[in-house]
Write a protein that binds this ligand. Structure first.
Ligand code: NAP
Length: 263
């Protein structure tokens, strides 16, 4: 029998908008109780109220800044009350533009959130996950992590970390009660485009998936215990092509695709 979501507890980070919000909804739809985390408490409260009413699950709000010192320690402590068996590491953001055009403090937060926090929370929750009958980890990486991306240099590197961290973990946990999946979306409609100042660019005018579709595919992949999932057939074809192409050609093509982000 596959992994059963009903009556389990899941933690979803970055659940106040976009992919995380839809991941929370998809889990609630399958009968999973939730702890939802992000900074904007009002959005989390609206979401939790809506999910409890719509699906009859429990949804607990925990508003916090995941880049705060010892955030992973504090969150793990908070979660002790709940028997979490599904960990969804989704919170993340990007900065675009020439590498020197963004102040270091923003990169510092990006490195902390996209990599440090995700990695530490996984490390701190793993002992508890191993104690469950079955458990799942879903880390949100990106197809941007398959190569270096000019005008998105540091973000793409953080996603390469998430892709590789999850792949290694999946192999290490192979045959155990815990399976790790890396969800690797391409362009997805969410606040991500606003935060990364990509809204209005030609790049995000086509080939954009809905956050709902991405979330549904991600939860299906996690249920099956798949090591990774590139969302959407266009993105799958791109990644397949990328694997067959010389590295210089990939870099050259991506550089042209992201030229307009150079501002
Ligand atoms: N959209 C895309 O095209 C795309 C493509 C590939 C991968 N991804 C990845 O998908 C994930 C979700 O992004 P999204 O597209 O859904 O973007 P989004 O709509 O901007 O959502 C980002 C979420 O992260 C939370 N967050 C940001 N900083 C935080 C902090 N310091 N502490 C706590 N929570 C924080 C935000 O909530 P608050 O602001 O309320 O804190 C929000 O809930 C990210 O890891 C992103 O890298 C996105």
């Amino acid at each position: 029998m596959g992994f059963v979501f009903k009556d389990r507890w899941a933690l979803v980070t970055g659940a106040s908008s976009g992919i995380g919000k839809e991941l929370a909804e998809e889990l609630a739809h399958r009968g999973t109780n939730l702890v939802v985390v992000a900074r904007r408490e009002n959005l989390l409260t609206d979401l939790a109220t809506n999910l409890e009413k719509k699906y009859g699950v429990r949804a607990v709000v925990h508003a916090m800044d995941l880049t705060a010192p010892d955030a992973a320690v504090a969150l793990t402590e908070f979660l002790k009350e709940y028997e979490v068996s599904i960990l969804v590491n989704n919170a993340g953001f990007a900065a675009t533009g020439p590498v020197l055009d963004t102040e270091w403090a923003t990169y510092r937060r990006m490195l902390d959130l996209n990599m440090g926090f995700l990695c530490e929370l996984t490390y701190r929750m793993l002992p508890d996950l191993k104690r469950r009958d079955q458990a799942r980890i879903l880390n949100v990486g990106s197809i941007a992590g398959y190569q270096g991306v000019s005008n998105m240099v540091i973000y793409s590197a953080t996603k390469a970390f998430v892709n590789n961290f999850t792949e290694g973990l999946q192999w290490e946990l192979h045959g155990s009660n815990v399976a790790a999946t890396c969800l690797q979306p391409g362009k997805t409609e969410s606040e991500f485009f606003d935060v990364a100042h990509m809204r209005g660019t030609r790049f995000v005018k086509s080939g954009v998936m809905s956050a709902r579709a991405v979330a549904r595919q991600g939860i299906d992949a996690m249920q099956k215990g798949k090591p990774s999932l590139v969302t959407g057939w266009m993105n799958k074809i791109s990644i397949f092509g990328l694997r067959l192409s010389p590295r210089w050609l990939v870099g050259f093509t991506i550089r042209n695709m992201f030229r307009e982000m150079g501002r």
